[in-house]
Design a protein around this ligand. Structure first.
Ligand code: HEM
Length: 370
């Protein structure tokens, strides 16, 4: 079996009808040639315009500075953690896609970000089921949250269309400033009508929506979980700060080049991703008949890889219920820069809110200078 055999996606009829007139478009909801072309292009160009590179580093550092100033102003006061990281994450992503920060004071921008956040939040496990068993969505559209995702599709499309139109007023052929320009060039240079980049498909809107929706909420929710765990596990926070002090010090921001010298920090991030498992299951479909561990899976069967179970499998982890970053270290290395994160009132509840993603229930934290 090769990996792409399970890379198909089931058709989410109501959502796809509202979003792209019944035909899957973009990266997340497509399959086959379209998925592979769009995914390859996105990966290559996100890298070219900074994702995971030095250019990205500068953009992330700028956002970290703004966030630190905000934290500084609120030092010692309870901070509502829900959505506290959204602006920084959205800005970093937006500057790669559109070459500039997003003005988050603009009512339309605030509205779009809130729509994404509430879609993730107001959906529950029934929404996941409603995607495959449409009768659930019909019997309890509000309860399942699936209708929320369908209802938000058009306003989000309109928001993104307007952003693309405004950005393209300054477009110059073959002079890509950012991901959107590179995409526009690719469309202009594509004459093969079978290619998903051919102008008749109007794919860019959906590829951008996918990156924006899939990249923003996931990253900021993961950062919120990190704060919750560090409050509950002060000894982990202490060890993390020791490593940062030794490798980075307090005079500058951490950089990508520090990564190889920061195994404990890396281990904490891995443990946060394992323990939070914010996307517990994802929708896939068998694109052909296949055998898996002795089971026959016919073509078009919906397959839901259960990441949550894998992350909490006792056979694999021994003590999966313990938040223990050391499990990702080969040796016990003892190693946060400006602030200590502490509780404000009750300890954060580690039982997640179950929506499309698993997010922390609202909690407050207090930051103190150390
Ligand atoms: C901590 C942050 C993140 C987490 C936990 C996360 C998690 C995931 C998961 C579990 C999937 C499903 C994989 C599958 O279908 O097998 C996924 C897919 C995807 N993610 Fe992320 N993600 C994160 C950040 C991002 C960012 C920053 C971006 C954009 C720059 C992004 C863009 C995407 C896209 C486009 C897909 C669909 C890929 C495909 O269909 O091949 N994600 N993500």
């Amino acid at each position: 079996m090769n990996l792409t055999t399970l890379a198909g996606r089931p058709l989410l009829k109501s959502f796809i009808t509202a979003r792209s007139e019944g035909v899957p478009r973009g990266i997340v909801f497509t399959e086959g040639q379209e998925w592979s072309e769009q995914r390859r292009f996105a990966l290559r160009n996100l890298r070219d315009f900074g994702f995971g590179t030095k250019t990205m580093e500068g953009k992330v550092q700028e956002e970290v500075r703004v966030l630190l100033e905000k934290f500084q102003e609120n030092e010692g006061k309870p901070i509502q953690v829900r959505n506290v990281f959204n602006a920084a994450v959205v800005n970093a992503l937006w500057s790669i896609m559109f070459g500039e920060r997003l003005d988050q004071e603009e009512p339309e921008v605030k509205d779009a970000i809130n729509r994404i956040a509430s879609t993730f939040e107001e959906s529950n496990i029934l929404a996941n089921l409603a995607m495959f068993i449409p009768i659930i969505g019909q019997i309890s559209p509000k309860l399942s949250g699936y209708m929320k995702m369908v209802e938000e599709a058009i306003p989000l499309n309109n928001f993104m269309k307007k952003q693309i139109e405004s950005h393209n007023k300054h477009y110059e052929e073959d002079q890509p400033r950012d991901f959107v320009d590179a995409y526009t060039d690719e469309v202009k240079n594509t004459t093969d009508p079978k290619s998903s980049f051919h102008p008749k498909h109007n794919e860019m809107l959906f590829a951008l929506l996918d990156l924006f929706v899939a990249g923003s909420e996931t990253t900021s929710t993961t950062l919120s979980w990190m704060c919750a765990y560090l409050i509950r596990h002060p000894q982990v926070q202490h060890k993390l700060q020791e490593e940062i002090d030794q490798v980075v010090g307090k005079e500058r921001l951490p950089a990508l080049a520090d990564r190889p010298s920061m195994p404990y920090t890396e281990a904490v991030i891995s443990e946060v991703l394992r323990y939070s498992s914010i996307v517990p299951m994802v929708m896939h479909k068998a694109s052909e008949d296949l055998e898996f561990h002795g089971f026959f899976i016919p073509k078009d069967t919906i397959v839901l890889p259960n990441f949550y179970d894998a992350h909490f499998d006792e056979a694999a982890w021994g003590d999966p219920q313990n938040f223990r970053p050391e499990r990702f270290l080969n040796e016990d290395v003892t190693f946060f820069q400006t602030f200590v994160i502490t509780r404000s009132g009750e300890l954060p509840n580690l039982v997640p809110h179950v929506g499309f993603s698993l997010s922390p229930k609202p909690f407050e934290m207090i930051l103190k200078r150390r």
